[in-house]
Every structure is written in C-alpha cells, then in structure tokens.
Design a protein around this ligand. Sequence first.
Ligand SMILES: NC(=O)c1ccc[n+]([C@@H]2O[C@H](COP(=O)([O-])OP(=O)(O)OC[C@H]3O[C@@H](n4cnc5c(N)ncnc54)[C@H](OP(=O)(O)O)[C@@H]3O)[C@@H](O)[C@H]2O)c1
Length: 332
Amino acid sequence: MTKEGNEIRWGILGTGNIAGKFAEGLKAATGARLVAVGSRAQPSADAFADRFDAPNRHASYEALVADPEVDIIYISTPHPMHAENAILCLDHGKAVLCEKPFTLNAAEARTVVERAREKGVFLMEAMWTRCLPVLARTRELIRAGAIGEPRLLVADFAFRAGWNPESRLLNLALGGGGLLDVGVYCASLAHWVFEDAPEDVAGLAHLGETGVDEQAAWSLRFPGGRLASCVSGVRTSTKHEATLYGTEGSIRLPSHWWKGTRLILTAGKSTEEMDLPYPGNGYTCEADEAARCLRKGLLESPVIPWAETVATMETLDRIRALWGLAYPQERS
Ligand SMILES: NC(=O)c1ccc[n+]([C@@H]2O[C@H](COP(=O)([O-])OP(=O)(O)OC[C@H]3O[C@@H](n4cnc5c(N)ncnc54)[C@H](OP(=O)(O)O)[C@@H]3O)[C@@H](O)[C@H]2O)c1
C-alpha cells in the first residue's frame, strides 16, 4: 500500500473550510505527506495546493482518485456527498478517511462499509475527537473502574451560526441541521463511553424556516437503564461540556470537550484534574491513527470501528425519524 518506506501519501477531496484545517494538521503528523488535492474546479485545486504545498492538483474528484501517487484520501465534502465520494475512492483502491457525519444516513453508511470490505481497502470515519488523548484516557479510566459503572452521560454541542439559508449548516439539500453536524459528536461519545448501542431514543427539535433542526434536545437509553442526555444545534450556543456519571464518581470533560485536553475525575471525595496532550492542531491525531492502521495493513481502525460508525448513524436516523426530518436525497 504505502511507498517510500513508511511514508503515507495523502490526497484531499474537496477544498473547503475543514480541508484546510486537516491539511494544517497533516504537517505535524508522523510520516505524512500531502501529495494531491482534488476539487470540482482547477482554480480552487490550485489555490489549495499552493497554500499547502501539494504537488498534484486535480480539477475533478475522478482525477484525484486515479492519481497513482496517493495512498489515502481524506473526504471533506458536505455530508450528502460523502457516500458517493467514498465509494469512488474505494473503487479505485484508495484508502479513505471520511469526515463526520460519515454519511447522510445508516443505509449509506452500510453501503460504504460493505464496499470497503469487498474491495479490501482501509476505511475510517474522521471522528477526530475520538483520537484525542483526552478521550483515550477517559476510556482507560472507565475500563479501570475509576467511576464505577457508567450510568449517565450529559453532553452538549450547539453553536450559533450566522443566518445564511444557503449555507451547508442551514440548507436541507446540503445535509443541514445540528444533529448531523455536531449532535453526531455527542451520539458518538455516548456509543464510545457505554460501548453499546441504544435500545431507545427520544427527543424534540425546533425545525426552522429551512426545515433543518436548528436546535434539539434528545436522549438515548442504553441496555441496563444507562442514559445519555444531549443537546445539539446550529443557531444557539451552549457550553460544550460533557460529563459521565458513574456509580462511584464522574468524569467531566470541560468546555470545549470535543477539542479538549482536560478531564476532571471525581471519585468518592477526591477530585483530580488531568491535562492531556493535543498533538498538532488536533486533526493530526486522526491522520496518525489512519496511518498507523495503514502501516499495519488493517482495514478498519479499532479506535473508530465500522460497526460503531454504522450504529451511530442508525441512532441519528432514529432521532431524526421522531422529528419527521428527511433530506431531499432520502425522498423517493
Ligand atoms: N472534523 C471537524 O472538525 C469538522 C469541522 C467542520 C466540518 N466538518 C465536516 O466536513 C464536511 C465539510 O464541511 P466544511 O465546513 O469544510 O464545508 P465547506 O467549507 O462548505 O466545504 C465543502 C467542500 O466540498 C466540496 N463540495 C462538493 N460538492 C459540493 C456542493 N454541492 N456544495 C458545496 N461544496 C461542495 C467543495 O470543494 P471543491 O469546490 O474543492 O470541490 C467545498 O469547498 C462536512 O461533512 C462537515 O460535517 C468537520
């Protein structure tokens, strides 16, 4: 898979906002090189490639996936394009790191995962927060029994975007709404800390003028009565905190937990604050994890396994169904 020893040669598909942050993060990743960029138009491919010093600049995604110098492609298009873009990459034998939410819905997620399995090509959801040291430490503490049995997760991630109905965040056709954009972080965290999928979901949303969930409050019940209570949104700012309460204590991930370095462990009467590293700009960690898997010849990352990615999309589908929120791509 990889050429020139251990070096991993990256391509970036889509040259928007997050693509730039990821490209920045790659600079600090171990043995990584950005070799190619693919955009729908030559000028944006050139501008991005100039900015990040990428030698190969392609005026179509098809040209990018045909580039023999690329080992793995990071997909950073709006959510409704993720499945099609990922399949294009996999069909050309390119490993994939695909932005969150992995796809628009669980059916698409299953299709993409099946294609990776069939083709024997590496695939990973770019749920970058999961790769941060603070979450790795959180899981270690949970598994070591530091807070007893985890019983309740309370997590929020909502922010106020400006009013632009055409924007990715508010436009229904571009997969707009808070649940898919940022609620996915909370849902993913719940699946991660409980190491399970919910048996029931409940929730309310305010669907605004453009039909997207501008803000929402929702809950998940996991087997054994474990609960997650979450808030997501794109028109109201919240604190961005997450706390996991157990039978013997709690782990608090203070603001902004999804890009955090600190955890506060309370066990009995003692409280301990721990500060964890934040390599590069945070996105560096997911690039390192994907590269580690590629070097080992893995098809999926044990940190973000396919089954959990699909289960998280299933949870988001179930929550959206409560609100009657379907995207145009889902209406036949
Ligand atoms: N991990 C994170 O922290 C994080 C943060 C923000 C966003 N995201 C995720 O990353 C994805 C992209 O978000 P973004 O904020 O970077 O979006 P963005 O700034 O709008 O960029 C999206 C890019 O996708 C390409 N694209 C292809 N078809 C498009 C279409 N029909 N309309 C618009 N753009 C299209 C464009 O690149 P070309 O013109 O070059 O083809 C565009 O620049 C989303 O799924 C989002 O959830 C993740």
